[in-house]
Design a protein around this ligand. Structure first.
Ligand code: KG4
Ligand code: ZN
Length: 348
């Protein structure tokens, strides 16, 4: 029989993406247009600009995804769209188009929690591959991106339960803000990752916030302030001493990165113990961080747990992960009506 085809739509931030996924697991097309280059000169995502780009890019990208999958609109069985969290104006573009398609095609519509999408990226066959990894339950998933740092319990059957998250800055946001202070440009994560490989993570003693409390929550704004304070104290914010700062960049990057990673690893393992997980999943843009992958892998192995993460293209925002999560929700009986609205805190 013909595979079930889900259209996945993602417009929550600065990526416009449309994907066609068969049976919730196999990617037939995953077209992503990132606006990062356009937002770079502002040092972060400009909401109004993002919304306008989604509007002009949406229909051409939808057409490109259908062409790549070799199907027409009429072949779609389900429309899945990110309804939140994200930038409201940006989300509205995807949700409006999704509702128009569902109505015109008379197909079911499912609104997806963006972070559920990141989690489900782990269960897609890698692009070009046919075999999708079987989900292992119970599991703990750490979603770390520019906008989020959250721990989820992935229960038997595929349902998600929130365990904890950041009380202020997201981990990726901390990378971006510290990189900006160090004059390294945007986005900061990849640059800091690269510099840190040449530095000493013990060179500067930066704080590990909330490491020893009982919660599964995080806080990264104090760490950012600590880095700033260190720069101030050493006089490295003075443009005339740029050369001195540059000589210390690898050590600063490595020490900052290690402070973030230590807390992420400790809390993820604590969460895994609490829910009796046998598997840890990593997701989101910061999941590309090499130190995080390494340290979390070592800690997981020591606890007898497996660690898995999606390939880089599926770690960052994309429509395929939204299709995967939407399909799973649809299988569990979720249906949304044409009154579907964007939601800063939608159901998981
Ligand atoms: O998931 P994503 O593409 O967008 C959302 O925020 O939803 O994540 C982007 C974030 C940025 O903050 C970027 O600095 C960070 O992921 N990032 C990294 C690395 N690559 C990307 N952070 C640390 N190490 C990396 N290698
Ligand atoms: Zn994301």
């Amino acid at each position: 029989s013909r595979p079930h085809l889900t259209l996945g739509i993602e417009t929550s931030c600065d990526e416009t993406s449309f994907a066609v996924v068969a049976g919730g697991r196999r990617i037939l097309a995953n077209v992503v247009l990132s606006q990062t280059g356009e937002h770079r000169r502002y040092g972060g995502v400009v909401p109004e600009l993002a919304s306008r780009r989604h509007v002009t890019n949406a229909v051409p990208l939808l057409q490109a995804a259908l062409a790549e999958a070799g199907i027409g609109l009429g072949d779609l069985d389900l429309i899945a769209v990110t309804r939140g969290p994200g930038l409201v104006g940006a989300l509205l573009v995807g949700v409006s188009l999704a509702k128009a398609l569902a109505w015109a095609l008379d197909k079911p519509l499912v609104g997806v929690h963006h972070l559920a999408g990141h989690v489900y990226a782990n269960f897609l066959a890698p692009p070009g591959g046919d075999t999708a990894p079987e989900p292992r339950y119970p599991a703990v998933t750490l979603v770390v991106s520019g906008g989020h740092t959250d721990l989820f319990h992935l229960e038997a059957g595929g349902g998600l339960r929130w365990l904890g998250g950041t009380r202020d800055d997201a981990a990726g946001e901390a990378f971006d803000k510290v990189a900006r202070e160090l004059g390294l440009g945007y986005p900061g994560g990849p640059v800091i990752d690269r510099l840190a490989a040449q530095g000493d993570p013990g060179a500067f003693a930066f704080p590990r916030a909330m490491l020893d409390d009982d919660t599964l929550d995080f806080s990264f704004s104090g760490l950012k302030t600590a880095v700033l304070y260190e720069l101030e104290r050493r006089g490295w914010r003075d443009p005339d001493r740029r050369a001195e700062l540059e000589a210390h960049l690898p050590d600063l990057a490595a020490s900052f990165q290690q402070a973030v990673v230590d807390v992420l690893v400790a809390k993820t393992l604590r969460a895994a113990r609490q829910v009796g997980a046998r598997q840890i999943y990593l997701a989101g843009g910061v999941a590309a961080n090499r130190r995080l992958r390494h340290d979390l892998g070592v800690a997981a192995a020591a606890a007898g747990l497996d660690l898995a993460y999606p390939p880089p293209v599926l770690c960052t925002d994309n429509g395929a992960m939204i299709a995967a999560a939407g399909f799973a929700a649809w299988q569990r009986g979720r249906r949304d009506g044409l009154d579907l609205d964007v939601d800063p805190d939608p159901p998981l």
